[in-house]
Design a protein around this ligand. Structure first.
Ligand code: CA
Ligand code: CA
Ligand code: CA
Length: 396
């Protein structure tokens, strides 16, 4: 009897040890990538087996195989479901990539040794920013599962299924670091005046809700704390193969922003670059609009670095689409032409007759205040509007 009992105890102990080992291994597998922000673990369960794979953002890694971070996929037994990432060189169980960007796509690989019901579930979603969305696409069923609201997906997997049935899509706002100058308030040496801010003339609600912009955004600033805002701008994001075809129909998003004295464009927080959520499928082009300056557009696709697109209009004429689409300040800087008080995209007599003449002598936030001084007077007509008559916007 005694040896038998001992044998049973030993078996129980072995079982317990195995269970503890499995739990510890699982916890470790789960915990390790979770130390990083933006770590996703996918688990697939079905046919009595399970498998796991990781997609982790690690700055400094690459989209290729990184020996210090990535792990090759080792296929388990045939009956067990397999889930992994497919990259150009190979299949990975741990797929590290350097950055998260809007519209990013990860190709998953899958194998089902038996026709059965399977469930894919996501962990680590909390390691992503609250404004990030991850969608699992089942290309066979044409299903898109928002993992942020529904972290598991059950489906029928067949032995004959394509091995690239699933994809991950990531959506997150992108920063747009854009710099521009405007002629009216330009003072020289890379600085503009913030007179409208200093005199508390700037409206706290974005001013582009009226014609011709008819922008319905609700951007609002409770107050301007730093005396450094030149004016509100309206940014327009366009998605097109090249600049010439980036016409109005390619616009995917608009955003009212603030222009600072040094040419930096910020969101309504008066400090950080504005965010756009639209997914760029071709190339990103930015249009900068102002209520009485001529609009400009980037002459080429915006440069993306990680989660940030950037474009600087201030340092070269060729940064704006078209020929001489900006004024040359003669100090190495360039800016948007002023004088378009009626916002018809041309500096013309209408800006004098129907705008300036009706507002001359007034002060405040005025369409005919072409130098943004807070007052409409002869300076606006003679020094700002007149030299620019005939200039027109060149955006496509
Ligand atoms: Ca990698
Ligand atoms: Ca005009
Ligand atoms: Ca003025």
């Amino acid at each position: 009897m005694k040896p038998q009992v001992q044998f049973n105890n030993s078996k129980s102990f072995t079982r317990l040890f195995l269970i503890l080992t499995v739990i510890a291994t699982s916890l470790n597998l789960f915990a390790q990538p979770d130390f990083n922000p933006n770590s996703l673990k996918l688990t697939i369960v079905g046919n009595g087996y399970s498998d796991q794979t990781f997609v982790v953002i690690i700055p400094g890694s690459t989209t290729g195989f990184d020996s210090q971070y990535d792990a090759y996929k080792l296929m388990g037994i045939y009956a067990a479901p397999q889930l992994y990432s497919i990259i150009s060189c190979c299949n990975l169980s741990v797929n590290t990539i350097p950055e998260l960007y809007n519209g990013m796509e990860i190709q998953l690989g899958n194998r089902f040794g038996a026709d059965n019901s399977y469930t894919i579930s996501a962990n680590g979603l909390y390691t992503f920013g609250t404004d990030t969305t991850i969608v699992l696409e089942d290309t066979k069923e044409n299903e898109f599962i928002n993992l942020m609201s529904d972290s598991s997906y059950t489906f029928t997997g067949l032995e004959s299924d394509a091995h690239d049935r699933f994809k991950l899509h990531y959506y997150c706002p992108m920063k747009f670091e854009i710099n521009t100058f405007m002629e009216g308030p330009y003072q020289g040496a890379g600085l503009m005046s913030a007179t409208l801010d200093i005199q508390s003339i700037l409206p706290t609600t974005q001013p582009y809700g009226v014609a011709p912009w008819n922008y319905s955004g609700t951007e609002f600033v409770p107050f301007f704390p730093f005396n450094n805002v030149v004016d509100w701008l309206l940014l327009e994001l366009r998605d097109a193969p090249d600049a010439a075809s980036a016409n109005a129909s390619t616009m995917i998003e608009q955003r009212a922003c603030l222009l600072l004295k040094n040419g930096t464009i910020t969101g309504i927080d008066n400090e950080t670059a504005p965010l756009f959520t639209g997914v760029i499928s071709q190339n990103a082009f930015i249009v900068v609009r102002h209520r009485n300056h001529l609009s400009i557009m980037s002459s080429g696709p915006l440069v993306r670095d990680g989660g940030t697109y950037s474009w600087d209009f201030t340092n070269s004429m060729t940064q704006a689409y078209g020929t001489d689409a900006m004024i040359d300040f003669g100090d190495g800087h360039f800016g948007m032409f002023t004088g378009d008080g009626n916002a018809d995209n041309t500096v013309n007599n209408g800006d004098k007759i129907s705008i300036w003449q009706t507002l001359v002598g007034k002060s405040g936030y005025m369409a005919a205040d072409y130098n943004l001084s807070g007052q409409v007077n002869n300076t606006d007509k003679n020094e700002s509007w007149l030299p620019n008559v005939g200039e027109a916007t060149q955006i496509p």
